[in-house]
Unconditional design. Sequence first.
Length: 135
Amino acid sequence: MHKIILFFLVPLFLTSACNQQAKTVKNADPLEAGREFINASLTGEYDYAKKYLLADSTNLMYFDRFVEFDEKKPSTDKEGYKNANIIINSTENISDSLTIINYSNTYKKEPAKIKLIKKNNKWLVDFKYTFLDSL
């Protein structure tokens, strides 16, 4: 009996383990990179979101504080953000290496902006812009 159960469970386990691949970072396009960052931030996938971050000390500090704040939100808010859709209100291509995305989400509907910078042919989020712009 144990052999029969094991016979069915082992392939199921192996199949599910193979399907859990790491997400591919999509940062060749500013809009796609921005959407990926926003979505990962809304759903609480902070490690994935961090892959889109322009890694300087200020951005990392702001992002760590954002994560701390986000983790303290009530579970109803977390669920609301997780189920929210992104609304891109506008994109502003400032130059060939700088884009601003104005967006909101279907849960809170509050406008926000992120700045993407092209560095080494990758579009990365300059997270400090989000905070400095709101001060």
